[in-house]
Write a protein that binds this ligand. Structure first.
Ligand code: NAD
Length: 498
């Protein structure tokens, strides 16, 4: 059986804790590897390596740091197919979807190649007599990222590419469910010319995470995962004086106005609701048709499409989606469907009985569709994270706007309409961080920032885009009097620029 250790100081090292987690191949349900779970001492070893390597890397000029990322982009392209297959086999998503996971991560690495420009400071000549002021951005030192199972390529790259480009050393604690691709990415960064110790991967569970949170040499933590853990990490990181940005779960609504192109909307809902088996933080999990006629038309078109979804093993390029990540995740999603039925929602399509021929032990589930879901139901309030779409019927636009706005989560939302006024009003008023107009999954492109509101995001700065440079650097501002010959005498009140 393959074992996955850690990547510390530029090489893969075995885990010493004697504790391991199973890494499944969701399409067959078999355990294919064991991943080591780090102790506090192993985390500390990674931090020591990072701390020793960081000063020289931080002092390397930004264009040379960018060149390492440029080479990394090339190497990932070289290994694209291999990485996508590994990712699909450990996660369960299909290979085309795994390629998208890698691509959306690479786009942030491409963005980070602009670091010489992105890190430029400000300068004011003559802010006072003989006084010039300038600011500079400096790396924080050693920083860490803790990432979820559902994007094992994209989210690690969202974290480490900008952090490393800014001159930091990075400790990545990826999900223990699919550690293969994060380990491979670290090896490719080394091959691209990154000095050993600048990118370390420490595999593990809560023990490794708590060691990161308590380590005095780690200056910032970027987290992505479920909301309770996001909140825990945000609070505990703050207690030890770290910078933290923690992104959590979601309940993304799609509002369907009466004038929407219904066929386009149904295509969008099917892809965004069921793609990747619904295991995306930007998946649409709630559809809100406005008015009875819209709801009836939507349901009549959605039902046959959900029934016709093609579920297959991750290696089947024609499958719409593959298995869920673990048996536990599958049981959890099925349990939510049961809860929905008990709560009185109408289960219009029940995919719980789906069996994949030839892959009977895989973690497959057919698409489920609920109608007549109401605000008080648990299946509406909580994140299900599976191939389940809930339809909440709204009487009018005001009620539809209030649903995502009042929900505890605030990651993404979409409106489908042909009416520019309605779309503009919705984008301005909805209380959610990322908005799509006739776009079901409005994940902003790498040079914009990504971040949800409310329970979907704890912290002040978003991921990628300009905020990532702000998050991974500290600003120093220098006020200089030059030439020093300007004489003003001693000043006892607060200095003012004259
Ligand atoms: P998770 O919260 O279970 O795990 C995320 C990370 O936290 C993993 O590295 C895990 O090892 C660690 N962790 C788990 N339990 C912990 C604990 N008790 N203490 C300390 N660390 C712990 O999330 P997941 O199941 O891997 O990922 C799915 C979740 O991530 C969903 O809620 C999804 O919406 C969310 N997500 C959010 C975004 C976003 O940008 N907002 C993006 C992707 C996924």
């Amino acid at each position: 059986m393959r074992t996955v250790g850690h990547f510390i100081g530029g090489k893969e090292v075995e885990g010493k804790s004697g504790r391991f987690a199973d890494v499944f191949e969701p399409m067959t349900g078999e355990v294919k590897a064991k991943v080591a779970l780090a102790t506090k001492a192993e985390l500390r070893a990674a931090v020591e390596n990072a701390k020793a390597a960081q000063p020289e890397w931080g002092a390397t000029n930004p264009q040379r740091r960018a060149r390492v990322l440029m080479k990394f982009l090339e190497l990932v392209q070289r290994d694209y197919d291999k990485l996508a297959e590994l990712l699909a086999r450990e996660h369960g998503k299909t290979i085309p979807d795994a390629k998208g996971d890698i691509q959306r991560g690479l786009e942030v690495a491409e963005f980070a190649c602009g670091i010489p420009h992105l890190m430029k400071g400000e300068y004011t000549e003559g802010a006072g007599p003989g006084i010039d002021i300038y600011s500079m951005r400096q790396p924080l030192g050693v920083v860490a990222g803790i990432t979820p199972f559902n994007f094992p390529a994209m989210i690690p790259m969202w974290k480490f590419a900008p952090a490393i480009a800014c001159g930091n050393a990075f400790i990545l604690k990826p999900s223990e469910r699919d550690p293969g691709v994060p380990m491979a990415l670290a090896a490719l960064m080394l091959e691209a010319g990154l000095p050993p110790g600048i990118l370390n991967v420490v595999n593990g569970d809560k023990e490794a995470v708590d060691a990161i949170l308590d380590d005095p040499d780690i200056k910032a933590v970027g987290f992505v995962g479920s909301s309770p853990i996001a909140q825990y990490i945000y609070e505990r990181a703050a207690q030890t004086g770290k910078r933290a940005q923690c992104f959590g779960g979601a309940k993304n609504h799609a509002i369907i106005m009466p004038d929407a192109d219904i066929d386009q909307t149904v295509d969008a809902l099917i892809g965004a609701g069921y793609g990747s088996a619904g295991e995306r933080c930007m998946a649409i999990s709630v559809a809100v048709p406005v008015g009875k006629a819209t709801a009836d038309a939507l349901m009549s078109k959605l039902i046959p499409r959900v029934e016709a979804l093609k579920i297959g093993p991750s290696t089947d390029p024609t499958a719409d989606y593959g298995p869920l990540v673990t048996k536990e995740a599958l049981e959890r999603v099925k349990n939510y469907v049961e809860i929905g039925v008990k709560e009185g929602a109408t289960l219009a399509v029940d995919g719980r009985g789906f069996k994949m021929q030839g892959y009977e032990n895989g973690f497959y589930m057919g698409g489920c569709l609920f109608d007549n879901v109401t605000k008080d139901m648990r299946i509406y309030k909580e994140e299900i994270f599976g191939p389940v779409l809930s339809v909440v019927r709204a009487h009018d636009y005001a009620e539809a706007l209030a649903l995502p706005s009042d929900h505890d989560y605030g990651n993404g939302v979409a409106i489908f309409t042909r009416d520019g006024d309605a779309a503009r009003d919705f984008a301005a008023k909805v209380n959610v961080g990322m908005v799509g107009i006739n776009v079901p999954i409005p994940v902003p492109i790498a040079y914009y920032t990504f971040g949800g509101w409310k329970k979907s995001g704890f912290g002040d700065l978003n991921q990628h885009g300009p905020d990532s440079v702000r998050f991974y650097t500290k600003t120093k501002t220098v006020t200089s009097r030059w030439p020093s010959g300007v004489k003003e005498g001693a000043e006892f009140s607060i200095p003012l620029m004259k």
